[in-house]
Structure formats: C-alpha cells, structure tokens
Design a protein around this ligand. Sequence first.
Ligand code: ZN
Length: 247
Amino acid sequence: MIRVTVWNEFVHERQHEEIRELYPDGIHACIAAGLEELDSGQELEIRTATLDQPEHGLTDEVLGSTDVLLWWGHCAHDQVGDAVVEKVVHRVHQGMGLLVLHSGHFSKPFKRLMGTPCALKWREAGERERLWVVNPGHPIAQGIGRCIELPHTEMYGEPFSIPEPEEQVFISWFEGGEVFRSGNCWHRGNGRIFYFRPGHETYPIYHNPEIRRVLHNAVRYLAPNTWWSDITSAPNVPRDQAPEPLK
Ligand code: ZN
C-alpha cells in the first residue's frame, strides 16, 4: 500500500462562493477523489489534512505513516508553523515523497527543500495553456498524449527561480506567449519531489481527467523505495565490526 496524505490550507473555498462551487468540500477532497477514482489496483490509502487542524493535521503519527504528501497552499503559507515544516523536510529526507501543487511553489516546505526563492511571473487572464510532455518515457507522463490542453488557467512564467530540475516532465505554453517549467523532479535525501503547476483555485483544474491521471502517476512515482531511513545518526563502526576482518 502507498499511504497518501493530501494537505490543503483550505482557506479560499471557505471565503469565496465561486470557489466553493468548484470545490464544495475543499480542493483536498477533490484531489483525494481523483486519486481514489484511478486506484483500480487498490494500492492507495488516502487521507486528507488541513491547516486549521491541530499541528495542521500533520502530527508525528500522520507524517510517520505518510509515504507521499501532496501540498496545496496559497494565501496562508506564513501560517504554517516552522516546527511542522521541519518535520515535513525531515520526512522527505527519510524517503517520503512530496508533490507540490501550483501556488505551493511559495510554500515553506518547498522553499526550504529547494533552497532558492522559487519565484515566478504570473497573470490572471483566463488564458489557454498547453502542458507539453517533454519526457514521454517518464512514469509521470504515462497515459498522457503529446500535451494536456487547459482552456482557462492562470499564467505562470519564467524565470522560475528553482534549482535545475533533475528531470523535467512538462513545459507549459500560454496563450499570452510565456513558457514555464511546469512538471519538475528532484531528490532530497532519500525522498523524491515533484512540482506540478496547474491548480489555480478559480478553475476546475482538479476535475480534469488528464490532470488527475498525472497526479495518480506522480503519487506512484514518488512512493519511497528505500530500506534506509536513519538519516540523522552518524554511527561509528568499530574495528571489530568492519565487514571485512582488519589486521
Ligand atoms: Zn493561482
């Protein structure tokens, strides 16, 4: 089983009627439903967590039993407690996968793990976006054709101040002419990280079947694949415990 936690700050949906219409139970519930829908092999165990819960719903118990964490935030990044951020970072180093969505580019865990400002250009004009698959053999692009077309999106444009991605899966083109690296992978410690751009709250992005397919692929790709998670200790190996006898 892959244990998945979908985290959302869950603020816009409570404040704006038009956003609540798109996501009546919150963006997290819609993302969770999309993962559930594609989980024909029943390999996912999905739960959600939100900012207003104690420890933002990310207690030691929850984080300790999360294999892949999805993160959606926008207007409340600064309300996320630093202690929780450190625990998320520690779990990524241990091997937990992290899927950072859309405006999560400015979230504390993502910036902390990237070590760069993660800034970008943006425009809200409801323009068309094509997410071109630039890495067709990548597991995250499976089942997707040459591109995903979204009729109305918020624009994100380069330069995106991130470290050079280790693998890039998508690059976006926007009607207004800008481009953006919109699907990028990194490792930090044992953990894998995927940033995926689409997901502005005023458009039904997480209802889109192809976006749901990418999220499902990404969760499977990000699942931990290591036996080693003891990342903090630096044990001494005495002479008599060396793998080969020492004279
Ligand atoms: Zn947005």
